[in-house]
Design a protein. Structure first.
Length: 248
């Protein structure tokens, strides 16, 4: 079972927002957080212990224009997919939304299945793009480049399987992922692959990324499996990392 993706819905119409939240929850695969204003959304986005994989953003909000908010998010470095909602279907309105930095544009009224399909499509594109950059503890994870950057921008090169392990654990947030679930997610249903294979990869990955593999601060053993450090939870720098070379 895949880990639910955290989605932020910014919409001031309470009935519409709650209905949309319920439909996304029924569809499965999403963990929805709601905001009725841009101010509320800003507080949620800036919280240390919260992350969002996508944003559903209404244009007309009581404390500002969603397009201007989108521009500000992009300038601050937020790269997650943003899907705008609006009651206007004019070409000029669509263009303005996309130029503001939105990834997609959905006109009300719409079918929930259409929006869900668009969210999934944007998440797939983002997960495989060079813009997909995530925080693991105090480190920066760049899946497309197969890199983990420590706070001093030292680069740690990763294998494809190591990237897959970190991506799946990242999606789980602060929840532990069982060895069997991680094995199936990374290697698929392959009878020739055992938990020993996973444990070997975890061991090698820790040798790369942990300052002290005997005292793991990034990739931690948890009841039932493994989990990653939350942003700010680990502030150590791997001692075996190569010399600083900057961002890729």
């Amino acid at each position: 079972m895949l880990v639910a993706r955290p989605i932020l819905i910014i919409e001031d119409d309470n009935a519409f927002r709650q209905s949309l939240t319920e439909q996304l929850a029924e569809a499965g695969g999403f963990q929805v957080v709601e905001a009725a204003t841009l101010g509320e959304a800003t507080r949620l986005l800036e919280a240390d212990d919260v992350r969002f994989d996508a944003i559903i953003l209404d244009i007309a909000l009581p404390d500002g224009d969603g397009r201007n908010f989108c521009v500000r998010l992009r300038r601050k470095g937020y790269q997650m997919p943003i899907i705008m909602l609006t009651g206007s279907c004019s070409d000029d309105d669509v263009v303005r939304g996309l130029e503001a930095g939105a990834n997609d544009y959905v006109t009300k009224p719409f079918r929930a299945n259409e929006l869900i399909a668009r969210i999934h499509a944007q998440l797939r594109l983002f997960d495989n793009s060079v813009d997909a950059v995530f925080k693991i503890g105090s480190h920066t994870f760049c899946p497309s480049a197969k890199l983990l950057l420590d706070p001093k921008n030292q680069r740690i090169r990763l294998t494809g399987k190591e990237v897959a392990i970190l991506k799946f654990l990242y999606r789980a947030g602060d929840r532990a992922v069982s060895r069997q679930k991680l094995l199936e997610a990374v290697w698929g249903y392959n009878s020739a692959v055992t938990t020993h294979t996973l444990e070997t990869h975890i061991y090698r990955l820790r040798q790369k990324i942990e300052a002290d593999p005997r005292d793991c601060r990034l990739l931690m053993t948890a009841p039932g499996g493994y989990r990653l450090a939350l942003a700010g939870e680990a502030d150590v720098t791997p001692g075996a990392a190569p010399s600083p070379v900057g961002f890729y």
